[in-house]
Design a protein around this ligand. Structure first.
Ligand SMILES: [Zn+2]
Ligand SMILES: [Zn+2]
Length: 110
């Protein structure tokens, strides 16, 4: 006899933990590299390629990439996130190509 189990979210969903897990997943998927310079020996931040303000779902995994803190500061403080959308999409796709990975494997990771 099979037991049916209902999948219920706990009353108090720990969003902070979920976001941390998502962040860890993204870092791990990209082998702890900055998608732009491909370095691993740098402090990494997870950046949203298309800024939240465009209405894009911030949980969209394809939209989140690790970049080095140096580039992250430049994007937010010197340039603007919108100006970097195209370049970061290219950088992400190139990084995946170099690593021999497919974006769909990240999107369907769990
Ligand atoms: Zn970098
Ligand atoms: Zn950012």
């Amino acid at each position: 006899m099979r037991r049916r189990s209902k999948v219920l979210l706990p009353a108090e969903t720990d969003w902070r933990q979920i976001l941390k897990d998502e962040r860890d997943l993204i870092l791990k998927f990209y082998d702890y590299r900055c998608v732009d310079c491909l370095r691993q020996d740098v402090t990494l931040h997870v950046h949203e390629i298309k800024p939240r303000s465009t209405g894009k779902d911030s949980a969209d995994r394809a939209n989140r990439v690790p970049i080095c803190s140096e580039l992250h500061e430049r994007i937010h403080q010197v340039d603007s996130p919108r100006a970097w959308v195209g370049r970061l999409v290219q950088a992400r796709d190139r990084a995946l190509y170099v690593m021999g990975k497919k974006l769909k494997d990240l999107i369907h990771a769990f």
